[in-house]
Design a protein around this ligand. Sequence first.
Ligand code: DHB
Ligand code: FE
Length: 287
Amino acid sequence: MAEYSAAALLDVVNTKHTAPANERVRAITARIVADLFRTIEDFDITHEEFLTAIKWLNEVGQGDQFGLVAPGLGFDRLLDIRADEADRRSGRLAGTPRAIEGPLYIPGAPLSKYEARLDDGSDAAEPLIMEGCVLDTGGRAIPDAIVDVWHANSKGGYSHFDPSQKPYNLRRRIQTDKQGRYRFRSIMPSGYAVPPDSPTERFLKALGRHGRRPAHIHFMVSAAGHRTLTTQINIPGDEYLNDDFAFATRDELVVTLESIDDPARIAAAGEDRPYARIQFAFALASA
Ligand code: DHB
Ligand code: FE
C-alpha cells in the first residue's frame, strides 16, 4: 500500500501502465485528469458535488445527450473555427462556409433525382420551396452531387428523435441534375430547443442559459472529387438568430426569404397558398 499526496497520486494515475498504450489517448487523458484534479482542489469540490456530477454524467450518457451538451459548450463550433483556420492557412478556396452537423443527423434518407418533397403534408406550417445549385469554387455546376438535407418541423422536433414524426420526415437526399440543380418542397422549420427537463437542459439552466437554436436547415453536400460540406442555413428574423445555444450562426448563411403570394406563381408551383422561397447555391471545395 502506498500513501499518496495529491501530486503523487496524479503522477501515478497518469503514468501507470504495464502494457503498450495508445500514447495519444494516454497524453490527452493525463491532461484532462490533471485539469480536473486542479479543479477539485481550486473549488474545494465536496464529495456530494462530485457524486452529483457523476450522476449527471450517467444521465447524459443514458439519454445519448453528450452530443447535445457539446455544442452548448462551444466544442462543435470550435472544431469548425479550427477547420476554417486550416483552410485559411492552406490558402485554398473553401467554398460555402461550414456549420456544425449537430447530433440529429440520420444517414440513409430517401434519395431522389433533382427534386424532393420533404414534408408528409401533416404539418400546417408555411410551405417552403428551396432551390439552387451545387457548384465548385470556380462557379462550375456539379451534376450528380448529393444534397442531404434535414430540418425540424414547426414544433422544433426532428424525425427519429421526435416519436410523433414518421421515419425520415423532413429528411431527404437529392441528387443534382445535369446543370447541378436541386429543388425541394418542405415546410418552414421552427427553432429547436433541447428536450425539456433533460440533463442537458438542467445543466444549461444551472449556467443561467437556454437551450434554444434559431430556425435552421442542415445540409451535407457531397460530390466525387470534392470535399463534403456540412453546413446549415438560417431563416432570417428568428429571435434566437444571434443567441444560438450552439453558437453556430454565420452571417453568410442567413438566407433571404422571398414571400410568394402572386396567385399565378402559387399555382405554377403546385401550391394552394402563399409560400416562402429560398434560393441558395452551395460551393464545394475540391478534395
Ligand atoms: C443540437 C440540436 C440541433 O438541431 C443542432 O442543429 C445542433 C445541436 C443540440 O441539441 O445540441
Ligand atoms: Fe439542428
